[in-house]
Design a protein around this ligand. Sequence first.
Ligand code: PLP
Length: 538
Amino acid sequence: MEMNTLNNNNNNQSDSSSSPSSPQRKRVMNPLDPEEFRKQGHMIIDFLADYYTKVSNFPVRSQVEPDYLGKHLPPSAPFFPEPIQSILEDVQEHIIPGITHWMSPNYYAFFPSSGSVAGFMGEMLSAGLNVVGFNWISSPAATELETIVMDWLGEALKLPQQFLYKGSNNNNGGGVLLGTTCEAVLCTLVAARDKKLSQIGRDNIGKLVVYGSDQTHSSFGKAAQIAGIQNVRAIKTKRSNSFTLTADSLLSTIRSDVKNGLIPIYLCATVGTTATASIDPIMELCDVAKEYGIWVHVDAAYAGSACICPEFRSCIDGVEGANSFSFNAHKWFLTNLACCCLWVNDHNALTKSLSTNPEFLRNKASESKQVIDYKDWQIALSRKFNALKLWLVLRSYGVENLRNFLRSHVNMAKTFEGLVKLDKRFEIFVPRKFSLVCFRVSSSTIISRSSNNNNNNNHNGDYYGKLVNDDDDYLVNEFNRKLLESINNSGKVYMSHGEVEGAFVIRFAIGATLTEEHHVIMAWKLIQEHADSLLASY
Ligand code: PLP
């Protein structure tokens, strides 16, 4: 690397020799040398382009053991500079093996993190400009682009006007870019909490109660804990209702809480739950919530993206009755991590809870109240110029291509679902939603084999019959757990699991940017092969 190295004589120089015009004055180093930036930037882009070319060759789930990395790296930071070439060599040799390849076309775990050229370029622009856009004056374009892009995206989702800057009465609505859904839930929850406490007094915080279902993401319970809310209801869902939160169960839970002197303030409804992508009935839930003045947040972290397609928009019908709506553009919208889009119908509720006004940030623009200071819509002060990323994604692909990209994954999921249905040893545990298929080797397949084996072993039939009946669920779950583990250990694909009503299900979530139909078919063959050998040894 051609970076200037430390000038050891600096400490001995007299004051006169350090005058700016002195020929002896030497910069210690220039960490933002444009030519070095260009050279190293090209190297990193080449490195990543090569990575994307060969990413399908790597074991999708990293195969390293805990503490593997310390064995390969020195115990302390280098004292002297090292060239980028040798750093990249170490990335290749030591970091890549410890990577789980979310960009692999064979990645089907959790929900996707769909990177793209536009998402990456946007991230790069944002990182390069490196502005800290906490308020309008700190970088007017960062704030203004965010308001424009959030309206663009809100329109693409056909969000009601009350959530848009240009549409809301009294200009109270609008969108903001946060890092994650956890932040969106926490910010809206504290807004709802403080709204209520301002009416009933802060001493009553112990009476507040918030609602979700047993399928609501764990970030909700965490947010409640951080917000100091002790009463958190995780209302039970059933397989017969596709694991959705019903209005009736919400209503009866609220009634019983109110009877016991509690004060309902917040409901987190989900469109696309983490385990099975279930869709809570937003309209009915909002109707119930309205009666009790409850803030409704719609968490569409994964599935929100799909709602830009007219055929999926009905999944968020009724969102006009909600107070806030969020989805993660970094999941299934080609926007590199992290980028959570949150819209609220009344940003005053957010800013009342989250704004700060220290002297060092005071400025004319903020005081004029003509501008947005996004620091007051979020937890942290500093914030990235994330709007650039989303702007590049929307402009580079256009809504039409984004829709087609999402549809292609849904179609692949339909293909996969069809293949599972053809093999009678397997069952689709809940009907496919969006691009997520939840399946497993069926209990009848496993129990019939298990009883055959037990009979063959000449054990007392009654004893084993009882054992099998009592432990059916356990056997089925353990079989599927082993199946998933053996597939993931192969490194050829990576899937994850969910547990619903005590059943272990394998989740096949399509959404990696590079996935094509032939990858899905290969994955299904692999699943069958592993099931064959596990069943044979069972
Ligand atoms: N909500 C749902 C429905 C999710 O599936 C997830 C993550 O998968 C989250 C919230 C958490 O998202 P984040 O990691 O952005 O906080």
